[in-house]
Write a protein that binds this ligand. Structure first.
Ligand code: SAJ
Length: 455
């Protein structure tokens, strides 16, 4: 078994002495925090990105991500101390790197097939400059086998060297919650599986030493990638179950949130909550990595696919609730001013990737409504084709309906009486994220609907 040039035992010392070079491919929501965290640990980090503005912003010590607590300071300090730099030049980043970490996006095409083009491009680039004895680490979320069967062969054909012999190839899928990334990066154990235990060990020691997290070593990259998908699909399927309960319980006059809270009193019940749908770059996409592998192997993952269908149906259900509530208020969607409270795909982050709010806005516009947006993360900014209002008060004037689409903290202390004074009463109030208590909305005079709640 070839010994790794960077002996795992030596890594902690070399890191402390600033002798470890790391290249991070892609300075997005995962790549930039990863680069900054390793720079803080003493590594000499070069971040490679195709976007000139991100490279310039980073080298100026500024952070393009505004909603990740602690990241801006790390970027500023890393650049000031000379441990962190960004570049457009792949050779400059990769050629001398001991570890090269791939953090590029893996969305899905319209056809729902996985789009691994960024991973393929990164692999081709790295393959040209990869240093003998170094380790390539894939943090991007991919289907099981993609590292072994797609990334590996590209690296070999570009470099003329052998995976597992001349250089290492390891999967270490990112597990950080957007919006809590710097905290998660120090606390959530990392699942690490390489082609060959020596490369797995070296990578595990690097993450344990630099990030202070526990490393869970698994037998190979496909196992690490299967684990990543399992935890995300476990979440997507459980959210779909919560949404299915909500659709059922609405008909049965049962309050789904009351039920879930009651069930959560049992140790082995993991609460997931119904809502307007599942958004973000992860859950709505990840299922299709396994579904496409399943279809290829003739083993259709019905439950996973059905869960996607249920979650994808929820924005339309929210539109049904909006229509019902407006009718109860003696109005129709057509001609009504409807205020979307929040458009981000989840609370307290500035991200509308695959957000369920987009489908709701499109439908409401098609039905003749005048849609306004108030999202604390997009005050006065263009988002989803509309300009976000600078304040909820400004959006609320003359409104016929309010729709909570994102459970931002700001909406937790809502002054419903104040809103009802500004609105064109009687108005409707649809809480598609179960942020406010139904009784307080009704008490304020609104026609109320909530996902999975009793009207
Ligand atoms: N959602 C619900 N009901 C719930 C929980 C979430 O409707 O009970 C919705 C959210 O509002 C959001 C979507 O689901 O629209 C996804 O929310 P999320 O909290 O799962 O957030 P993500 O997608 O940003 O992060 C997930 C996380 N995965 C897990 O918790 C298993 C995160 O840890 C991963 O790192 C991330 O995917 C990723 O990058 O894969």
């Amino acid at each position: 078994m070839p010994r790794h040039p960077l002996d795992p035992e030596e890594i902690p010392t070399l890191l402390r002495r600033g002798k470890i070079r790391i290249a991070v491919i892609g300075l997005g929501r995962i790549g930039l925090p990863t680069a900054a965290a390793f720079a803080k640990a003493g590594a000499s980090v070069a971040g490679l990105d195709v976007k000139k503005d991100i490279v310039e912003e980073t080298n100026a010590g500024r952070c393009w991500l505004t909603d990740e607590l602690g990241l801006a300071d790390l970027v500023r300090d890393g650049v000031r101390l000379g441990n962190l730099r960004a570049t457009l030049d792949a050779e400059d980043a990769v050629a001398r790197a001991d570890f090269t970490i791939i953090c590029v996006p893996t969305p899905v095409y319209e056809t729902k097939n996985p789009d691994y083009s960024a991973v393929q491009k990164a692999s081709r680039t790295i393959g040209k400059y990869v240093k003998k004895g170094s380790v390539i680490i894939v943090e991007s979320t991919v289907g099981p086998g993609i590292v072994e069967n797609m990334v590996g062969p590209i690296l070999e054909s570009e470099s003329g060297m052998k995976v597992g012999k001349d250089f290492g190839l390891v999967a270490c899928p990112e597990r950080s919650d957007p919006g809590n990334i710097m905290q998660n990066m120090k606390s959530v154990p990392r699942i690490i599986g390489g082609i060959g235990p020596a490369w797995t060990d070296a990578t595990a020691v690097l993450y344990e030493t630099a990030l202070g997290v526990k490393a869970v070593r698994v037998s190979d990259p496909r196992t690490a990638n299967a684990a990543k998908l399992t935890e995300n699909l476990f979440r997507d399927v459980n959210i779909a179950l919560a949404n299915e309960f909500a659709l059922l319980f609405e008909e049965l006059g049962v309050d789904t949130i009351e039920v879930i809270k009651a069930c959560a009193s049992k140790y082995n019940f993991m609460p997931h909550y119904p809502g307007i749908g599942v958004g973000g770059p992860c859950l709505p996409a990840n299922s299709y990595y396994l579904i496409s592998e399943g279809i290829k192997s003739g083993n259709i993952p019905y439950l996973i696919r059905m869960a996607r269908e249920i979650n994808d149906r929820m924005p339309d259900h929210a539109v049904e609730l909006i229509e019902e509530a407006l009718n109860e208020a003696g109005k129709t969607v057509r001609g009504s001013k409807i205020v979307m409270m929040g458009v981000a795909y989840k609370p307290n982050i500035k991200d509308v990737q695959l957000t369920p709010a987009e489908r709701v806005i499109t439908r409401l516009k098609e039905m003749g409504a005048k849609v306004e947006i108030y999202d604390p993360m997009y005050k006065g900014e263009e988002v989803l084709g509309l300009r976000g209002k600078r304040s909820l008060e400004a959006a609320a004037r003359g409104a016929d309906c309010f729709v909570i689409a994102t459970a931002h903290d700001e909406f937790k202390g809502l002054d419903l009486d104040e809103l009802s004074k500004l609105a064109n009463m009687r108005a409707a109030f649809v809480d598609a994220r179960n942020v406010v208590s139904p009784t307080s909305v009704v008490r304020a005079g609104f026609a109320y609907r909530g996902v999975g709640r009793k009207p």
